[in-house]
Ligand binder design. Sequence first.
Ligand SMILES: O=C([O-])CC(=O)C(=O)O
Ligand SMILES: [Mg+2]
Length: 545
Amino acid sequence: MKNYRHGKRGADLLHDPLLNKGTAFTDNERSVLGLRGLLPPRIHTQAEQVTRVLESFRRKTTDLEKYIYLISLQERNETLFYRVVMDHLDEMMPIIYTPTVGQACQRWGYIFRRSRGLYITAADRGRIVQLLRNWPYPDVRMIVVTDGERILGLGDLGANGMGIPVGKLSLYTACAGVHPAQCLPVMIDVGTNNEPLRNDPLYLGTPAPRLRGPKYDELLEEFVQAVHQMFPQACLQFEDFGNANAFALLHRYEDRVCCFNDDIQGTASVTLAGLCSAARLSGVKLRDMRILFYGAGEAGIGIGDLVVDALKAEGIGEPAARRQCWFVDSKGLVVQSRTDLVSHKLRFAHEHPPVQDLGAAIEAIKPHALIGVSGMAAAFTEDVVRAMGRINPRPVVFALSNPTSKAECTAEQAYTWTGGRAIFASGSPFAPVTLDGQVHVPGQGNNAYIFPGVGLGILASQSTRVTNEMFLVAAQTLAGLVTPKDLAQGRVYPELARIREVSAAIAIAVAGNAFDRGLTRQIRPDDLAGLIRECMYQPDYENYV
Ligand SMILES: O=C([O-])CC(=O)C(=O)O
Ligand SMILES: [Mg+2]
């Protein structure tokens, strides 16, 4: 990805965020590239620029202001943006990603400054290739696409959902080193059923009800084909679609093009890894675990399916494996006698008398692990969490819904209500909790541990498909990086500060799998780790002269 300059000089250089170095342009560059006078005379190092950025950033009084500030930095100097984000990930990730990105999406029409990514509407039917041609970077390798119907646990945010592809791709670069010029965020704006949003004069999307049925399917089909034509090497990540479209699109395209659904497969992988760590902490092996899911949408069913794959790999038969996973949805326990179940729930509908609610389901199933994937804030009440603590010496309680405002319970609640015995993880970050002098560190069970590494592995191997087996391999790799020290603090994932190492390890494993399974036309290199390392972008300034 070198030589992106295309001969740019002067103001053009300063206004290209991928090339701009601001005050860090050297004296010689200023002379040769027509920059003299366009910059203040003092030349700063990148480290000095970082000091200025952090000073401004930390002065902001709200997280949304911090988000706006960081995005503005990304718009003028991407190299510096990634330097800051990568070197201060604990501080920056909750701003550019969950939970603050959720607020940013809710306020999108109000905080909008400069457009980022590609917007495709129903009116673009027949000309999507042309739109992709308008994208200025020719070597697109990672595309994150949404239609905004289910943004985190916040529901239908229409075109405001563009914040999510933008944020996910920032993590591709920050966490796995995918070059920013290889990343394309896409919003398929097919309207929104969020009426207040539609009626908001500052809403930036098409103010119409959602397109459904064959017209929707045809638009998506044209999009997938256009991507294949224009960016044949690109991997397509479906993100935050509504349940029905998410399952349907994955089913339609997973064997046809290089694609995956992050909410189904990425979340499954990170959760399976968390369950493997929980098994080390509790002594209850995965093969013996009964898992109760609260929520039977993309995340829940995705996790259930991957747990089944993991158990099958251990030699357990599929029916027995499925019976370890139980689901509660808005109508109660998912059981065979129910007549209201949509197709993705049927494979987990077991024979059992009807059970009305979560509390009763816990008493009936006696799960070792309770996994919240409902988007329902506070659904894990004190009674629910205490019941888990009564049944289990080390109850596993994962509150995975995002953003923080939608978490099924807080870290503090989980630890307090179980006398510090809970093995807790959450989709959005929670601070450590001190209880009776002991510090409990909650893990962040977020697909951010998975998708950047998987994408990098796909990109580096030039795999033509993304498979479920890759997400199994990714989960095993992630679980294998959890240290005894992590576990001693109650953390079921590696520290976030290790995310580049984690992503690289996942990329090596995924690329290896692609070669093993013959999914790439490339010849397997002797040094896979070297191949991955070579693909990873570093936010250092290049010398232009
Ligand atoms: O974006 C996140 O933080 C995780 C995710 O995919 C979701 O909640 O939809
Ligand atoms: Mg998502």
